[in-house]
Design a protein around this ligand. Structure first.
Ligand code: ADP
Ligand code: MG
Length: 461
């Protein structure tokens, strides 16, 4: 019988995988997958991702790891199938699977939802890069973490998606928890708050136990961190519950931190009593980071992921930072993809290769001609191997294509002579210069050569 995959099961599977692969591969390839359904009778286990590259990568390199992890956690012989789905399709499919389950099996254990409340230890103040775009919000959050409910209360942080609001929330929570483990810190997304409230209300027809438990849970904390409050816009019941929660905590002088994608005054579908309370004390915004901050964030991330900050990596970081301006999540994801690619690559990463890995950021049509493509094209035309071109062989069948490839590299890329020499089997720059002069000279005296080279150039461009 098909059924939904319990979130805790998926979490266990992921941690099995995490033991077997590098951290970068784990995060790049596995983490974005979502479990869709499983069937203990047939051993089928379906997961989905939103891009084909990830699916290809897993099927080429990691399928056994995945099958083993699922089989060991689910205690049976399972075979994993991967599907390409967008976010919406994933939710629909997972819901449909949950539907099967509801009809036949007991409901998912309540604990399954718990992970929403966990503080993510990866988000702390130490790895939050401060720039002119977020220094105010950062300072406020740090002050709150150091002295909860004493300096600023309530605190309202707003800014666009992927700019670090959730990171700061968890940083506050982690900081307080570490310094003062007795303090009750509760992080919750507004979505979770809403669904808990709705569930409790539904049960309230039979018993008030759940709604009372919920009230107790939220009204007895020392610090309430509630994320993405815009989610409760238009939801009156939830707003009302939150209003009372807010008032109780505020009167008890407990810390409240709220985030939103907009300034309180722009939350037009929210009760005015709430939006005005949100502005009682501190309202801080986070803006998109400037270029220097983006570079600093990327360098920091690269180091965290264990990537060496060599010249090529620094250049790639600059290029990504130039292109991705408004969302740090996207900024990070581009870098992570490059680092993962670098890890899998058996040879040195070049800037061009990195660009090719990020077609969503660097338009493939903009990708300039590389020495590699020139070598490939020339080799194909003259029927020689790239390794020959890079070798010391001096037969004319090889020296001529080699010289032509050098000439084209000089003409079509911005590589320096020594660099060209280097990528042609470690030759001296004078050799490159000689080759270029020789071909240029030939083109002047022989129209056949001129045509030949022109045809190659056309093909390359
Ligand atoms: P939001 O909640 O505003 O949508 P998140 O807090 O989820 O954004 O941040 C998205 C990603 O960007 C996270 O991985 C976070 O760690 C990272 N991030 C955001 N701001 C910074 C920063 N200033 N320094 C380092 N990482 C950051
Ligand atoms: Mg967030």
């Amino acid at each position: 019988m098909k059924q939904a995959v319990d979130p805790s099961t998926w979490k266990k599977i992921l941690s099995e995988i995490q033991k077997k692969v590098t951290d970068v591969s784990y995060r790049t390839w596995f983490l974005p997958f979502r479990p869709i359904e499983m069937d203990p009778d047939t051993g089928s286990f379906v997961i989905a991702a939103a891009d084909q590259m990830r699916i290809n990568m897993i099927s080429m390199h990691y399928l056994p790891v995945l099958n083993d992890a699922v089989s060991s956690v689910c205690k049976g012989k399972y075979k994993v199938t991967m599907k390409l789905m967008n976010e919406e399709e994933m939710s629909d499919a997972a819901e449909a699977a949950a539907g099967h389950k509801k009809n036949t099996l007991k409901p998912a254990p309540a604990g399954a939802l718990k992970q929403e409340f966990f503080l993510n230890p990866r988000y702390d103040f130490d790895n939050f890069i401060v720039g002119p775009n977020n220094n105010y919000a950062h300072a406020v959050c740090l002050a709150v973490a150091e002295t909860p409910a004493r300096v600023y209360n309530p605190v309202f942080i707003y800014g666009g998606s992927g700019l670090g609001k959730t990171h700061l929330m968890h940083a506050i929570g982690n900081f307080i928890q570490k310094k003062n483990p007795k303090m009750k810190v509760l992080y919750v997304s507004s979505e979770m708050f809403t669904s808990e409230f709705i569930e409790a209300t539904r049960e309230a027809r039979q018993s008030n136990a759940k709604i009372n438990a919920l009230k107790t849970k939220y009204r007895t904390v020392d610090v309430l961190l509630i994320d993405d409050i815009q989610f409760i816009e238009g939801k009156e019941g939830t707003q009302n519950e939150f209003f009372h929660t807010f008032n109780t905590l505020y009167e008890l002088e407990k810390q409240i931190v709220i985030t939103s994608d907009r300034h309180p005054s722009k939350l037009t579908d929210l009760d005015e009593r709430l939006t005005s309370r949100f502005q009682w004390n501190i309202v801080a915004d986070i803006q998109p980071p400037d270029f220097e901050t983006r570079v600093a964030i990327l360098r920091n991330k690269a180091e965290q992921q264990g990537a060496e900050l060599d010249d090529v990596m620094l250049k790639i970081i600059d290029l990504i930072a130039e292109k991705v301006k408004f969302n740090i999540r996207e900024l990070e994801s581009a870098l992570t993809r490059v680092i993962a690619f670098k890890v899998l690559l058996k040879k040195n990463l070049t800037v061009e290769m990195a660009k090719q890995q990020l077609p969503d950021i660097f338009d493939p049509r903009d990708v300039s001609i590389t020495c590699e493509t020139i070598k490939q094209t020339v080799c194909r035309k003259y029927n020689v191997k790239p390794s020959d071109i890079e070798s010391k062989k001096r037969k004319r069948e090889i020296t001529r294509p080699r010289q032509i490839a050098m000439y084209l590299t000089r003409e079509l890329t911005d590589m320096s002579l020594p660099k060209i020499g280097e990528s042609f089997g470690g030759r001296d720059h004078t050799t490159v210069l000689h080759a270029c002069d020789k071909i240029a000279g030939e083109m002047k005296t022989s129209s056949a050569t001129a045509e030949e080279i022109k045809a190659l150039m056309n093909e390359l461009q």
